[in-house]
Design a protein around this ligand. Structure first.
Ligand code: SF4
Length: 67
């Protein structure tokens, strides 16, 4: 599973970082970034929660694995 940030929507409130700090971070512009290529299975529940909690709906899940 992969997760992506829509940088145009993100408002830098770091909700995702608080929920899943091993997957999300803020870059030097305070926009969320994803720090992993594939979400580790042990982090998937946190990532799904972050997607639901993001107030800007800036996070999207992609269930397909990268080739
Ligand atoms: S929760 Fe959403 S709006 Fe907030 S920092 Fe993360 S991606 Fe951006």
């Amino acid at each position: 599973m992969r997760v992506e940030v829509d940088r145009d929507l993100c408002e830098s409130n770091a909700v995702c970082v608080g929920v899943a700090p091993e997957v999300f971070s803020l870059d030097e512009s305070d926009i969320a970034i994803v720090t992993v290529d594939e979400v580790p299975p042990a982090r998937e529940a946190e990532v799904r929660e972050a997607v639901q909690l993001c107030p800007k709906i800036a996070l999207s899940l992609h269930e397909d694995a990268r080739p």
